[in-house]
Structures are given as C-alpha cells and as structure tokens.
Design a protein around this ligand. Structure first.
Ligand code: NAG
Ligand code: NAG
Ligand code: NAG
Length: 317
C-alpha cells in the first residue's frame, strides 16, 4: 500500500518535472514588461531575462533607477518612467509599450511594483496609511493590467502577479496583507476569464525575503514612525518595550535564504518561459513548509500560534 503510494507520488513528480522543463520557442523575439524595476525582485528579474535574451521593457519609478539598470544590461533592454499610482503615467507607459511591441503584442506582463509599509498593528494606523499601500499594490496592479491586457491578448501571452503568502494568511496589521488578498482574488478571477483567449496567468507567492526595500522601510525606522504617530493612549496600551519585541520577532523570521532573491525571480522566469507554467508558485521554504500549510489550518489554531509567538502589549488582559 505505502509502496504503491510512493510510486504514484514519484511518478507525479517525474511527470511534472518533465512537463515543466519544456521551454517556449523564439524567446529572443518576445517582449516582457516589468513594473518596479528600480530595485529588488523587479530589478533582478529584468537583468536575468535580459541575459536570457528576452526583450525587456522595464518600468522604473525614478530616472536614477532606470539609468542604473540600463548601465547594467544590454542595449536591448529599454526603460520607461512609471508611477503605478498615477493613471496618466500608466496610460503613457502602456502607449510606450504598444509602440515598442507593435504587431507582435506583449508576451509577458509582470506586476511586480509594490511597497510593504507602513506595517504595524492596525490600531496604530490611519486610513491614509492603508490607502497608500492599496494604491500601489492593488489599484496600481489593476490599472497596469487593464491598460496592457489588449497587447497581452494579442500575443497570447502571460500575466505574472507578485502576491505573497501574506495574501493567504494575514499575520500582521496594515494594508499590505489586504492588498495581497486583493491581488489573489483578482488573479483567480482573471485566470478563469482569460483562459478563453489563450492567456496564461501565474501568481508568485514568496515567503519572507529581504529586498533593499524591506531592509530600508521595515528595519530602518518605519515601524518606529508609525509608533511615533500613534496616540498617547495607544502608546500606553502597548508600552515602550513592545516595539523592540516586535522588531525582534521580525528578526526571527529572517531565514538563511531570505537574501537570495533568485528564488523568487526564478519562479517568475519559469512562469514566463515554460510551455506549461503553474498557476501558483511559492518561493522560499518558509512559504512552502510553514505559511502555506498554516493557511489551511482552522483559524483557532493559527490564532493560538500567533498568540504564542507575538510580543505582548503592556496592558494585555
Ligand atoms: C541593494 O543595496 C545594496 C547595498 O546598499 C546595493 O549594492 C545593491 O545594488 C542594491 N540592490 C538593488 C537591486 O537596488
Ligand atoms: C493580477 O492582479 C490584477 C489586479 O489585482 C488582476 O486584475 C489580475 O487578474 C491578476 N492576474 C494574475 C495573473 O494574477
Ligand atoms: C540562490 O538560489 C538559487 C536557486 O534559485 C541557487 O542556485 C543559488 O545557489 C542560491 N544562491 C545562494 C547564494 O545561496
């Protein structure tokens, strides 16, 4: 019985491995548009796909980021300034992409641009703090997708969204997890909607990775800033030690592979170049072995785990 099961599981993985290593042809003629290429996953992916020979169209927030990227890549890579929160910027970038790809259409759209802060207990935050994240991570993604989708349909291409395991399991407050839950919902509906038109959609769900942005924003004072803005009443509820304990808890999440962004960009590359991309990719062992299984557990168990692992507010009952 167990032997049969093992053989079946082995066969499944063998077949999957074989199916997933087939690569689409004519990669050198294919255009891929990536948002958020100034740093982090987007930056690495742009360089990686450029090396692989694809024609990369990179959206950067700043001219400085764009220049830096161009200096590190071949002259086949082109950049455009893109702020996903500004409709006119998105429309202009979409038009720019359209001119570049012409009749071939756009093979790949990678919705990567994203921010992760302010990240803090909900009670410390204001509505504006939530709006700031949702504008980029959710509404920005929707706007870019709607604007370039006609080009992707033309090429019968791919849409790749960067979500997060936090799109399945909201382990901390602030707009980040909400924005990623939203991306998951749109993804699922769009995947079913676009299959009729030959467009494949994939979602990347990374665990905890340390990009320059996570480093700068979370560890260099962003949580502190939210704390400073919280009302005296809230500060009394949580107490002075809470912040230090909170930072220690996030420190604990830093896995040995958290700095290796290739684990994520390799999933993106597969989603763009394989004949049979997956609908979902989880990147990082923490995502595979901890967060995803956790997301299937009953709420009371997850609540208990979180209760044990989280710092305690000073005035906790
Ligand atoms: C991240 O920061 C390091 C050190 O500050 C820098 O060398 C590296 O180029 C940055 N990476 C990206 C993609 O911005
Ligand atoms: C990507 O996200 C956007 C907006 O959330 C959504 O419209 C689209 O369906 C998603 N696509 C994929 C492939 O996940
Ligand atoms: C990062 O991950 C890739 C796999 O995607 C692996 O080939 C590489 O060796 C890793 N790099 C480091 C420094 O661990």
């Amino acid at each position: 019985m167990w032997l049969h099961l093992a053989v079946l599981v082995g066969l499944f993985y063998l077949l999957r491995w074989y199916r997933e290593r087939q690569v689409v042809s004519h990669l050198r003629d294919k255009f891929v548009f990536i948002t958020g290429c100034d740093s982090g996953f987007g930056n690495l992916l742009a360089r990686q796909l450029d090396l692989r020979g694809l024609r990369v169209l990179a959206g950067c927030l700043t001219e400085q980021g764009a220049e830096q990227l161009r200096s590190q890549t071949s002259d086949r890579l082109q950049t455009v300034i893109l702020d996903v929160t500004k409709p006119e910027s998105v429309a202009a970038a979409a038009e720019w992409v359209k001119e570049r790809v012409g009749d071939r259409g756009l093979w790949g759209l990678v919705n990567n641009a994203g921010i992760c802060t302010p990240m803090a207990p909900n009670q410390w935050l204001t509505k504006q703090d939530f709006v700031k994240i949702l504008e980029v991570n959710l509404l920005g993604v929707i706007d870019v997708t709607l604007n370039v989708l006609p080009l992707v349909r033309k090429a019968r291409g791919r849409v790749v969204n960067v979500s997060s395991v936090m799109g399945r399991l909201a382990l901390f407050g602030g707009g980040y997890c909400m924005s990623k839950y939203g991306v998951e919902a749109f993804s699922d509906s769009l995947r079913r909607e676009l299959c009729y038109f030959g467009v494949k959609v994939a979602m990347i769900e990374p665990g905890y990775f340390l990009t320059n942005m996570t480093q700068d924003e979370v560890f260099n004072g962003n949580v502190q800033a939210s704390w400073d803005h919280a009302s005296p009443e809230i500060q009394e509820l949580y107490g002075d030690n809470f912040l230090a304990d909170f930072m220690k808890a996030t420190d604990f999440l830093k896995a040995p592979w958290a700095g290796n962004l290739s684990l994520v960009t390799d999933c993106m590359e597969h989603a763009l170049t394989a004949c049979h991309p997956r609908s979902r990719y989880s990147a990082g062992w923490d995502a595979k072995l901890l967060y995803l299984p956790m997301s299937y557990l009953p709420s009371f168990l997850v609540d208990l785990m979180m209760y044990w692992c989280s710092p305690l507010p000073a005035k906790a009952l």
